[in-house]
Design a protein around this ligand. Structure first.
Ligand code: FAD
Ligand code: NAP
Length: 337
């Protein structure tokens, strides 16, 4: 175990915020993780994990030990004529695993192409895009408890997945390291193309050919045209969740804003947060080194060397203005550290 002191984390977070980790190490195996947990047993320092750093905002020095996850491996556990059960180690890149599935003719995750980050972070917020969520293909994940060092396999039900939610963000927050994730992939998939521009791109660019590969390519094309590339402009994707509001509030707002976009949700009506933020005049906003992306108001950006706390303050201002105008309280999706 090599524990480094005062390591700058700029290259380990997609916002490119320059904050230090007091102690930093990289793990390549479960054994290396156990070594760190054992070393920390008496010290009881805080331990935090970074995968791709694409869903965190650093606002201060990270005390304790920061662990970069590089656990690699993909293993086909079983298959029949309809499905394949595949285990992915948590340090694998999510997008590269999606590409692996696409090239092996395995469906279910093609709508989730080009989401940055690692396999191990995917269950944390039940990643989702274009009408598909991790939970739709999820079988289980194996995790290690950070104090007892016991291994536990979490089933789909035990993960308590919700909209950008899981047990790892609520009851078990900060208690486990996810070692691997097992997915059930389809050899004869049912495609989801109703969402956003997918159908349009399939018609205009792929001669209406619907396949695992064409959907993946369509999603990659849409995402590349709409979202800022974190390699070019620091960002962590959607900064806020889309709020789900009551029918009563929805009716009141609709009478004032007849064009209010809305989608049915499990326990109410989902309103795109990007629309609310745009209505409050934030889209394309820029002050000093930070701002709100010009094509997607849900994405806050670091143009160059900004402080994480400045981005946090901007998110606070946005929450207040949306609250005042629409009586809706936006919730942050990005983890604030
Ligand atoms: P990190 O940012 O490294 O970590 C996020 C959280 O998970 C932290 O709390 C961390 O401690 C914890 N964590 C990470 N790995 C582990 C582990 N192995 N065990 C335990 N805890 C762990 N998200 C979506 O849902 N849908 C999208 O379409 C989407 N699009 C995006 C587009 C862009 C341009 C960007 C920058 C982000 C986008 N995101 C999206 C957000 C982000 O990519 C996902 O949340 C992703 O799963 C984060 O993975 P990561 O490895 O970067 O996590
Ligand atoms: P979009 O297509 O412009 O749509 C705006 C919002 O409306 C989306 O957030 C989506 O909610 C909702 N929506 C659109 N069509 C819908 C439908 N048919 N049924 C239900 N809800 C619908 O969104 P976008 O910003 O370009 O993003 C496209 C997809 O990628 C979305 O699913 C989005 O969540 C995902 N994405 C996520 C992140 C992130 O960091 N979390 C970043 C970029 C993109 P949902 O968000 O609930 O899908």
């Amino acid at each position: 175990m090599q524990l480094l002191h005062n390591v700058n984390l700029k290259e380990y977070n997609t916002f490119h915020i320059s904050e230090n980790a007091s102690f930093f190490t990289t793990i390549h195996s479960a054994t290396e993780l156990i070594e760190i947990l054992s070393y920390n047993e008496s010290k009881r320092s805080r331990i935090q994990f970074i995968g791709g750093g694409s869903n965190i905002l650093l606002t201060k020095t990270l005390e304790g030990i920061t662990v970069l996850n590089k656990l690699k491996g993909i293993q086909l556990l079983s298959e029949n004529e309809d499905t394949a059960i595949v285990q992915f180690m948590s340090g694998e890149s999510w997008h590269e695993c999606v590409m692996w599935c696409v090239s092996n003719g395995l469906g279910g995750v093609e709508n989730l192409s080009l989401i940055p980050g690692t396999i191990g972070a995917a269950p944390i917020q039940n990643i989702g895009a274009y009408g598909v969520e991790l939970k739709d293909v999820f079988v289980s994940c194996e995790a290690i408890h950070l104090v007892s060092q016991e291994r536990k396999t979490f089933s789909l039900e035990e993960c308590q997945f919700g909209y950008r939610e899981s047990i790892f963000k609520t009851k078990e927050k900060g208690n486990y390291f996810i070692l691997s994730v097992t997915l059930c992939l389809q050899k004869k998939p049912t495609f989801k193309i109703e969402y956003g521009d997918i159908k349009h791109i399939l018609a205009t660019k792929f001669n209406n050919h619907v396949s695992i590969e064409s959907i993946s390519k369509a999603v990659i094309e849409i995402r590349s045209s709409k979202l800022p590339d974190p390699k070019v402009i620091g960002n962590a994707g959607s900064f806020f969740k889309n709020p789900v509001i009551t029918k009563q509030l929805f009716d009141t707002l609709l009478s004032q804003y007849p064009q209010l976009p809305n989608y049915p949700a499990e326990n109410g009506i989902k309103i795109p947060a990007g629309w609310l933020i745009e209505q409050c005049g934030w889209k394309g906003y820029k002050v000093d080194k930070i701002g709100v992306h010009e094509r997607q108001a849900l994405v806050l950006v670091n143009f160059s060397d900004a402080e994480g706390s400045a981005i946090y303050q901007l998110s606070e201002q946005i929450i207040i203005s949306v609250q005042q105008r629409f009586n809706i309280t936006l919730e942050r999706e990005v983890n604030i550290w």
